[in-house]
Ligand binder design. Structure first.
Ligand SMILES: *[C@@H]1O[C@H](CO)[C@@H](O)[C@H](O)[C@H]1NC(C)=O
Ligand SMILES: *[C@@H]1O[C@H](CO)[C@@H](O)[C@H](O)[C@H]1NC(C)=O
Ligand SMILES: *[C@@H]1O[C@H](CO)[C@@H](O)[C@H](O)[C@H]1NC(C)=O
Ligand SMILES: *[C@@H]1O[C@H](CO)[C@@H](O)[C@H](O)[C@H]1NC(C)=O
Length: 381
């Protein structure tokens, strides 16, 4: 390698570096003044327009940026944008907006906005809600965000009008969402419409509802190690949600909002359209969880518990006509066949049957009637 080749390589390296640097849009170059007083609405508008037009990366350095009106950006057709700050303790954006939205990121070209990253900053303020929306409300499931990443975000909406929301997502797929989202007594921390195949973690607290599903299909998401505290209702699944097959793995769901009328761990108004919203080993409280409707909810933290010794019917059927109560906080599966069974009674209701499978909920009562004892099995389910 001769000297000239080395020079060219060094020159090329610097050159690439210079191009990489010039791809980053710094909000301070867009006229922002992060002193906590100056209105930076215009600067943010220029910032996002520049990033979107140039398909570039945006950087919001440490500072307190005040923004006073609604801003809206369409991210369709510009994949791969990255907006980042210096961390939620340093980059702070305060939105004081009297209209319904603080910030609204849309995908209005009826296509998904792909591969977007939004990270490392705090966004707080007062907005009738949502403070931040990803996807336009009512846009259905087609105008969506696909494969996007929210990380290192702290988002707080202090507005306390009854309709307010902190973060709303309308059409989010295949994404990873990690944030600390806080409201106050009257609003919902996170509202989901059309959220599918996402992984959520973080905290959704200090609100009326922690996470609420509504509007359309929200299914096959995993909510792992979610921290929901100081709420009236931890999880609400509206009848409009068509919410099903969501998994809540670990996490805490604490309904200790002071002065609240309702304390529901889960408020489930969904019809039985999908079901299988499953909680695995949740921490709930205070006291025993209150289920406000449970049509689509299952718990498997107690799966596999032993039947108490006093419940001696594991492999032999109880005497015909004897009342049996499911003693465990888990479903019980009863199967029987053969012999001469004439029927069963579950919670006082009679079913003529000669065999089959029956699932008992906790505390359900069960009586089997037979002339000749059947082959019988009874297990936690
Ligand atoms: C870097 O920028 C120079 C001019 O500023 C341009 O000629 C070159 O093509 C750019 N390289 C890349 C990889 O974008
Ligand atoms: C809303 O907050 C204001 C102060 O921020 C307080 O004075 C008011 O009582 C609150 N309203 C409700 C309904 O909580
Ligand atoms: C079951 O018992 C009833 C009552 O004794 C009897 O009428 C019926 O024939 C029996 N059925 C079978 C399949 O043995
Ligand atoms: C089952 O009954 C017991 C005793 O009445 C009660 O303490 C418990 O809360 C009930 N469990 C459920 C899940 O309803």
């Amino acid at each position: 390698m001769n000297f000239l080749t080395i020079l060219i390589i060094i020159f090329a390296a610097f050159h690439t570096g210079a191009n990489e640097t010039s791809k980053i849009v710094n909000i301070l170059d867009c006229g922002a003044l992060p002193d906590g007083h100056t209105d930076n609405t215009k600067a943010f508008s220029v910032f996002f327009d520049t990033i979107i037009a140039g398909r570039r990366k945006g950087y919001i350095p440490a500072g307190h940026y005040l923004v006073t009106s609604t801003l809206e950006w369409d991210l369709s057709l510009v994949p791969g944008l990255i907006i980042e700050g210096d961390g939620p303790a340093s980059t702070k954006i305060e939105i004081i907006s009297s209209s319904n939205h603080g910030w609204l990121f849309t995908s209005d070209k009826n296509t998904a906005a792909f591969y977007w990253t939004f990270r490392d900053m705090a966004v707080f303020g007062k907005s009738k809600g949502p403070l931040i929306s990803f996807g336009r409300k009512g846009s259905g499931c087609t105008s969506a965000f696909n494969t996007f990443w929210l990380n290192g975000l702290v988002i707080n909406n202090y507005d306390n009008s009854s309709t307010s929301t902190v973060v709303e997502m309308n059409g989010v797929y295949n994404s990873i969402i990690s944030a600390s989202v806080n409201g106050n007594d009257l609003n919902d921390a996170l509202r989901l419409t059309c959220a599918q195949f996402n992984q959520f973690t973080g905290s959704y607290s200090n609100a009326h509802v922690g996470i609420r599903m509504l509007g359309s299909y929200t299914f096959a998401n995993v909510f792992s190690a979610i921290d929901i505290e100081v709420v009236d209702i931890a999880i609400q699944i509206d009848d409009t949600a068509i919410g099903g097959s969501n998994s809540f793995v670990g996490g805490t769901f604490i309904t200790n909002n002071e002065g609240s009328a309702q304390k529901c761990f889960v408020k489930d108004e969904s019809s039985t359209r999908m079901g299988h919203n499953t909680f695995i080993n949740p921490v709930v409280g205070p006291g025993r969880p209150v289920y406000c409707g449970s049509r689509s909810i299952e718990f498997i933290s107690t799966r596999g518990v032993e039947l108490p010794a006093s419940f001696s019917y594991t492999d032999v059927p109880p005497p015909s006509g004897k009342l049996l109560i499911n003693p465990i906080p888990s479903k019980l599966q009863i199967m029987f066949g053969g012999g001469n069974v004439t029927g069963v009674t579950i919670n006082g209701k009679e079913f003529p049957t000669s065999g089959g499978q029956w699932i008992l909920q906790p505390n359900d009562s069960f009586i089997i009637y037979y002339v000749v004892a059947p082959i019988w099995s009874c297990r936690p389910f």
